[in-house]
Write a protein that binds this ligand. Structure first.
Ligand SMILES: Nc1ncnc2c1ncn2[C@@H]1O[C@H](COP(=O)(O)OP(=O)(O)OP(=O)(O)O)[C@@H](O)[C@H]1O
Length: 116
């Protein structure tokens, strides 16, 4: 297998592990399926799709980075440590900010279609 293909297979393995081990990741995927189905039903415009897809990707990518931070922290600091707590809580905060932004953007995009 070429180096490039191997890199892709490792990345897909990381996504698969994230989906298998992280309940939040599965919640993001369910939310994305529902939002995308609703987007098809209400005939979102091209630019609305761009924003919706970008936010879904940002939330899921942040969740995977959060998971990576958790793994590295658990490896480096299996014992309780204030810096380990700060690292995990900060990474979780990044996901929360994007998830809140995604909900607000979802409302801005969908409300005019549902109640014109
Ligand atoms: N080594 C540690 N030292 C100090 N506090 C920690 C440590 N590990 C975890 N914590 C605290 O406990 C919280 C929960 O940790 P945990 O590893 O269960 O992460 P989680 O956010 O619940 O992740 P998961 O998505 O795996 O359930 C962290 O957000 C952090 O505040």
């Amino acid at each position: 297998m070429s180096k490039l293909l191997r890199s892709f297979s490792y990345a897909f393995a990381g996504i698969g592990a994230g989906i298998r081990t992280q309940a939040n990741m599965r919640i993001h995927i369910c939310a994305a399926i529902i939002v995308n189905a609703a987007g098809i039903l209400v005939h979102l415009e091209r630019f609305e799709w761009l924003v919706i897809i970008l936010m879904q990707a940002a939330v899921m990518a942040a969740e995977l980075v959060n998971t990576a931070v958790e793994h590295v922290v658990d490896l480096a600091s299996p014992e309780q440590h204030p810096l380990a707590k700060a690292a995990k809580d900060t990474a979780a905060g990044a996901v929360l900010i994007l998830a809140i932004a995604a909900v607000i953007i979802g409302l801005i995009v969908f409300v005019p279609h549902l109640w014109p």
